[in-house]
Ligand binder design. Structure first.
Ligand code: ZN
Length: 112
């Protein structure tokens, strides 16, 4: 891929992310539902494809992030980013109250 095509591709992806961010911030509820139904499956499919390419090999190295001279142990940066954004980030479902550590529970509001 030449440099210009690479730049066009990157710009298109950044623009798409900007559009989705703008929709998330400003669209009304019915529009958000439509966007979520169309975009969430695309985003999850994209993550699955990306993560499949970064599955560790039999030696525990990422085949995409490793070079011949420099193996990259799993989990690579792609898997770490996926965990950060999908599991520990806002998309992660909150564990049930009884499964949360005590320090994560908010103290009861004080009555004046
Ligand atoms: Zn990788």
């Amino acid at each position: 891929m030449d440099e210009i095509l690479g730049q066009v591709l990157r710009n298109a992806v950044w623009e798409r992310l900007d559009v989705l961010t703008e929709l998330a911030n400003r669209a009304d509820a019915p529009s958000l539902l439509t966007v979520a139904r169309s975009e969430l499956p695309r985003l999850t499919a994209g993550w699955r494809t990306l993560l499949a390419a970064h599955e560790p090999d039999s030696r525990g190295n990422c085949p995409e992030c490793s070079s011949r001279r420099r193996p990259s142990k799993a989990p690579c940066s792609v898997w770490r980013a996926a965990y950060e954004h999908l599991v520990s980030g806002a998309l992660a479902p909150r564990p049930a109250r009884h499964l949360r550590p005590a320090h994560a529970l908010r103290p009861a509001a004080q009555v004046p």
